[in-house]
Structures are given as structure tokens and as C-alpha cells.
Design a protein around this ligand. Structure first.
Ligand code: 5GP
Ligand code: MN
Ligand code: MN
Length: 330
């Protein structure tokens, strides 16, 4: 697929009445905020639109889903347009792919690497230089002539704030700040309120979980790689859900001298999810891809079939090799 311009996408979107929007599995702030913002914008033009999800919404993102998220696969029998948001492959929407395929036409709006795009779309845009998919949604909605309501502003801000690590990650650009400055002009918008909702509503158990997982961290390559694991036992002990562990990797990254952080998440006794982050030069997407996963150069993820012990050994080895390789490429 060749990229359409924001204007072309805006014009095309005006031509559909029933639309379903698909965020990726393991919902994060960008995919949910972007999907919800797009849904509100389409409804503003009188269209029937829903965000089809099947994950449990992480508790810090609950305020984004009101009124737009459905988990009913049959919300439409037949519909006009399916839009994949914040991912470029149907493999990233799990069982909802069957519903995606029922649409008359389909589209993609994403900011991951084009190499992950293995699905045929009628139109769309994949722009890896965009800090968040929400930047693209904002620009497309503007081209549509959509009114940026308070709701839309909150969704876009939450998406950009989470995907840039509060404007700290290397993906943050002047455009990111320009869009956010426009968001601050929307009547009633309160950035501090959204930051409190996103970052300061953790459960006591989540903090206990963070403490436990961080205290068990292991270092490799002389402290430049750091790894820790969240097991099912940890979740039971602290009364938490796996999605409450999402902030741990950021804490590991904050250690001086760390280039790569990895958090392993034990899904069950034979499946592990791994989150990978790099600080300034390592390419963790390359490692994720070598295990069948993907993501951005400095933030990627993968699913590993095996035990935590096996995942730890194999992924640590691959990360050590990546560190050598990315050092050589510097
Ligand atoms: P996280 O560690 O937050 O789950 O994911 C970091 C980044 O990598 C996100 O942009 C996410 O979309 C991407 N990612 C995570 N897991 C996978 C995966 O299994 N496959 C692909 N293609 N991308 C992933
Ligand atoms: Mn995402
Ligand atoms: Mn994103």
C-alpha cells in the first residue's frame, strides 16, 4: 500500500456510514486514545462508529473508552469500513480479524515500521516518524473539518503523552508539541487532570508488585542490559492484573548506564510476553522481530513460547548480541 495524504484519507472517511475501529491487542494509551478520538470525530459527522475491543481496559485508561468501546462482535451485521489503528497487521488484533474481514472496505492508520505491514488495505497511512498514531488521527480529523471537542482533546493528549513517555522518548518532535499546544487551546482542557488520571491512580498492590519485580532485577553486559520478570505468582501475591505492571520498564530504564531494559511477563506456564526498551542507540525492534514480534526501534515487544527461565536465557543472549551489534554500528 502506498500512503495516502491526510487530506485524501479525510475525504475518503466522509464517504462511509458504518465504521468499526480496531485497536491492537494488549491495549495501550495510544491505540485506545487514537481509536476513541477517531470514533468521536466520525460520530460528529453523524456516522455510526464504534471501537471494537476485546481486552480488559487497563484501569488508568478507563476514562478514554466511555460510550465508544464495544465488545460485541455483532454490533453490525454488515458495515462499510474497518480501520486498523496503531498497528499495521491483522495478526495484531487477535480473533477480531474475522470481524475486520466482514467490512466492505478497510484502512490503516499507524506509525510502526512498514515492514510489519502484511495486510492489504484499500487506503491509509503508515508514518513511522510520527511519535504516536494520535498525531495522525489529529491531523486527519482536522482535514475532515472535525470539531476538536473536549473528549477528542483528552483522548489525543492521553495517547501522545503515553506513547512519548510524557514527551521524554526520542520519538517526540516539534510537531508533537505543536499538536499538544493546540490541544491546550481546546475550551475546558486540563492537562494536569489527564496526567493525574493516567499516572497517579495505581493500586497499592501495583506499587507492591513494582517493588517486588524491581528488587528481583538482573543485569547483563556490565549493567547496560537490565531484565526482570512478572510471574503469575507475583500477581496473586499482590492481587494485581498483568496490565498493572506496564510502568515497571520505565523505572528500569531510569537507571544510569542502562541501555536496554526488558520486562518478561508470564502469561501462563508456556507463554511469556516480553517488553523491550532502548535508551539511545540499541535497536530492540530487531531483537523483537527475531522472535516473531515487532515494534519501534526503541520500544518493541514479542511473545515467547516457553517458560520464564527459557525466555530469560534466550532473550538475554539475543539482547547481549544486539548491544554488541548496535555498538559496532555507532
Ligand atoms: P509494549 O512493550 O508496550 O507491549 O510494546 C512496545 C511496542 O512494541 C508497541 O509499539 C507495540 O505495538 C509493539 N509490540 C509489542 N508486542 C508486539 C508484538 O508481539 N508484535 C508486534 N508486531 N509489535 C509488538
Ligand atoms: Mn500501541
Ligand atoms: Mn503507538
Amino acid at each position: 500500500m502506498t500512503n495516502n495524504t491526510y487530506k485524501e484519507i479525510a475525504l475518503k472517511l466522509h464517504g462511509y456510514d458504518k465504521v468499526l475501529i480496531f485497536p491492537h491487542v494488549n491495549m495501550d494509551g495510544d491505540c485506545l486514545g487514537s481509536s476513541a478520538a477517531l470514533c468521536h470525530a466520525l460520530r460528529g459527522f453523524g456516522k455510526e462508529a464504534y471501537v471494537l475491543a476485546d481486552d480488559v481496559t487497563p484501569r488508568n485508561l478507563d476514562f478514554l473508552e466511555s460510550g465508544v468501546v464495544t465488545r460485541d462482535y455483532d454490533v453490525f451485521d454488515e458495515y462499510d469500513l474497518a480501520i486498523l489503528v496503531d498497528c499495521g497487521s491483522k495478526s495484531r488484533i487477535g480473533e477480531r480479524a474475522a470481524v475486520f474481514d466482514r467490512a466492505r472496505e478497510n484502512a490503516v492508520i499507524d506509525h510502526h515500521g512498514v515492514s510489519e505491514n502484511d495486510t492489504e488495505f484499500n487506503f491509509g497511512i503508515i508514518e513511522p516518524s510520527s511519535a504516536a498514531t494520535a498525531e495522525l488521527i489529529y491531523l486527519i480529523a482536522s482535514e475532515m473539518g472535525a470539531e476538536v471537542t473536549l473528549r477528542i482533546a483528552q483522548c489525543i493528549f492521553a495517547a501522545i503523552s503515553t506513547d512519548t513517555g510524557s514527551f521524554q522518548h526520542s520519538n517526540t518532535t516539534a510537531r508533537t508539541h505543536k499538536i499538544v499546544s493546540e490541544i491546550y487551546e481546546v475550551p475546558g482542557f486540563d492537562g494536569n487532570k489527564i496526567a493525574q488520571l493516567l499516572y497517579n491512580r495505581k493500586s497499592l498492590g501495583a506499587i507492591q508488585l513494582e517493588g517486588r519485580v524491581i528488587s528481583e532485577m538482573e543485569t547483563f553486559s556490565g549493567g547496560r542490559i537490565i531484565m526482570s520478570a512478572v510471574t503469575q505468582a507475583h500477581l496473586i501475591e499482590t492481587g494485581t492484573l498483568m496490565n498493572e505492571s506496564d510502568g515497571i520498564i520505565q523505572k528500569l530504564m531510569s537507571i544510569d548506564g542502562v541501555e536496554i531494559a526488558c520486562v518478561l511477563k508470564e502469561t501462563d506456564d508456556k507463554t511469556v510476553r516480553a517488553s523491550l526498551r532502548a535508551k539511545s542507540y540499541a535497536n530492540v525492534a530487531r531483537v523483537a522481530k527475531s522472535f516473531g514480534g515487532g515494534g519501534h526501534i526503541r520500544a518493541a515487544g514479542l511473545t515467547f513460547e516457553g517458560t520464564i527461565c527459557e525466555a530469560k536465557a534466550e532473550i538475554a543472549k539475543a539482547l547481549e548480541a544486539e548491544l554488541v551489534r548496535s555498538n559496532d554500528e555507532k
